[in-house]
Design a protein around this ligand. Structure first.
Ligand SMILES: [Fe+2]
Length: 579
């Protein structure tokens, strides 16, 4: 709590006992007490400024002539929802995304800064956090441990003092997701940050996808205290037993709420289970909702509604040491409250943030304060179609290493024999082989991928995971070069090209990741981009999102980089050609 806030509380104490009326009185609702798990009938909540000051029956004595009343008879009063693991930086200005988030009952998010970490410096990340101030959603963040597969990205890592400066910020609550393989290999920045995190009482967020047994115990030994990667009930249980906070995802990249089916009839302690999105795309927030949707999905899977609400309020707040201020309805907490007519299906009818009614019957009352957000976009030299040629002096059959697309996100290594044409290895749509290229300051790194379905054209994006630069997939080098150069003209973006013509684009000039267009326009353009990509034959549900992941060390098993193809299990780096 800041000094200014302490003074506010002192002033409320001095003027209480009925002497100074409260500003807002929520009257006679069914209060969901997340601390005890009770539903308290006929309870009222008194709000003064941004603070909850009383929670009890019969609080009318605290009202004055200017007090606003909300009669909530028959309605449920629940704490504002928290997304405990989010990636809100992608695509939209925070003002655009947060106004839709609050409409869905979200009053706090803990976001990774990872997404922009290799695309800007510490000042850029601080600029972003400043742009979230004054919005109806509180934004907390985690500092990335800067894990990347790419050499070029490593050169962009800030000096350690700057990283610590970021960690010291009040809005920063921990070290962001640290991929277990790299941690167990002794990742230098992560281990340098550990003592600072403990000293400053900030968390170490984990990422232990597929990790189990001895390796998982070694990972927990490092001080990591959460994991948002379990996809089965057994993985949930193993992590809970080791004392981790287990975050169950239900978002645009993963849907894992089925993990919760195993909880029914188990009597398992759920205090360390947290519901998160791990990224909800703008189009999904519009279509499905946000944390209201996630909580409702958990309830559909048989979780008691009060427990599901705890998983998206008190539990994440406790994990991050924020439970004294958010995540529950009690005096001294920020008045972040949702009113829903039903508890079995959360439907935020009224949302109160910092003591103000910001949403009522779907109408947004607080427009927030859209701040200018300027973070340098992508600057690379222009490319030519020749940059995309895969040349070979070999004749006859050539053995090459391909990325096989197993699912929309998972990849593996395969070896194929292909025939060069005029001294070049080319994409072969008849055999479902496309070219995938990664473009940075240092050049154009060309590889082949099988199983995407693309038959013609090219897609490219500067929203690339755990690095900077551009990823492009396509059949013809001319189309790929055209798409990449258009992104460079915009300073960042997503582009689709057919027959050397740009058919759709989304500019992302802010840090090559964020658009300056409205939320609605971003949603519309992403929809068209995905539709056009599917018309080119791509089988992925969200083609542009799947493309972004080719550089990530976070998703198994085989990825691309500026060093070569990387086997994530072993860390081994290999070339396209098999000797
Ligand atoms: Fe994540």
């Amino acid at each position: 709590m800041h000094t200014k806030e302490v003074k506010e509380i002192l002033s409320i104490l001095r003027s209480s006992h009925g002497k100074k009326p409260v500003d807002l009185l929520l009257m006679g609702g069914k209060l969901v007490n997340v601390y005890t798990g009770e539903i308290l009938e006929g309870y009222s909540v008194a709000i003064k400024g941004k603070w909850i000051v009383r929670v009890d029956k019969d609080l009318e004595w605290m009202a004055g002539p200017k007090t606003e009343f909300l009669d909530l008879k028959g309605k449920y009063i629940i704490p504002g929802l928290i997304d405990g693991h989010a990636h809100i930086l992608a695509y939209c200005h925070p003002h655009e995304i947060l106004k839709y988030a609050v409409k869905r009952g979200v009053t706090s998010v803990i976001t990774e800064l990872l997404d922009i970490s290799f695309k800007t410096d510490v000042d850029g990340m601080i600029t972003y956090l400043k742009a979230t101030k004054g919005e109806p959603v509180k934004v907390f963040a985690t500092v990335p441990p800067f894990i990347t597969l790419c050499e070029g990205a490593k050169r962009k890592i800030p000096d350690f003092k700057a990283i610590v400066r970021l960690l010291k910020l009040d809005a920063v609550v921990g070290i962001g997701e640290a991929f277990w393989q790299e941690v167990l290999r002794g990742h230098e920045i992560f281990f340098k940050l550990v003592p600072y995190a403990f000293k400053m009482r900030k968390t170490l967020e984990g990422h232990s996808a597929g990790c189990k047994g001895e390796k998982l115990q070694d990972y927990v030994l490092t001080g990591v205290s959460s994991c948002h990667e379990p996809i089965t009930y057994d993985e949930v249980l193993e992590r809970l037993r080791l004392g981790l906070y287990v975050m169950i995802r239900e978002g645009s990249v993963r849907s894992d709420v089925n993990c919760l089916l195993g909880l029914s009839g188990s009597n398992l302690d759920t205090r360390r289970i947290v519901l998160v999105s791990d990224f909800m795309s703008p189009e999904d927030i519009l279509d499905k909702g946000y944390m209201d949707y996630v909580v409702n999905r958990a309830i559909e899977k048989g979780i008691n509604p009060v427990v599901a609400i705890q998983m998206a309020t008190l539990n994440p707040a406790t994990h991050f040491g924020l439970d004294g201020k958010i995540g529950g309805i009690s005096p001294g907490r920020y008045a972040d409250i949702v009113v829903t007519p039903e508890i079995k299906k959360i439907d935020p009818e009224i949302v109160i943030s910092n003591g103000k009614i910001v949403v009522r019957d779907g109408y947004l009352y607080s427009q927030g304060n859209k701040k200018s957000l300027q973070i340098q976009g992508l600057k690379l030299r222009k490319v030519t179609p020749e940059d995309f040629l895969i040349k070979t002096a070999k004749r006859g059959k050539v053995k090459v290493r391909l990325i096989q697309q197993v699912t929309e996100l998972v990849t593996k290594e395969i070896i194929e024999e292909v025939y060069p044409i005029d001294g070049e290895i080319r994409a072969d749509p008849k055999n479902d082989i496309a070219q995938i290229s990664y473009i940075t300051d240092d050049g154009c790194y060309n590889y082949l991928v099988r199983g995407t379905g693309i038959k013609f054209g090219a897609c490219a994006t500067s929203s690339v995971w755990e690095t900077y630069g551009i990823l492009a997939i396509g059949i013809e080098p001319r189309d790929m070069a055209k798409a990449v150069n258009r992104i460079l003209e915009m300073g960042g973006g997503m582009v689709i090209v057919e027959k050397e013509c740009i058919v759709e684009e989304l500019p992302l000039p802010i840090g090559s990741l964020i658009s300056n267009l409205s939320y609605e326009e971003v949603v519309k353009r992403i929809g068209i981009l995905n539709e056009k990509a599917k018309k080119m034959g791509i089988r992925w549900e969200k083609p542009l999102l799947s493309l972004e992941t080719f550089t990530t060390p976070a998703i198994p098993f085989f990825r691309i980089s500026d060093r070569g193809l990387v086997d994530l299990k072993t860390g081994q780096v290999m070339g396209l050609f098999v000797d």
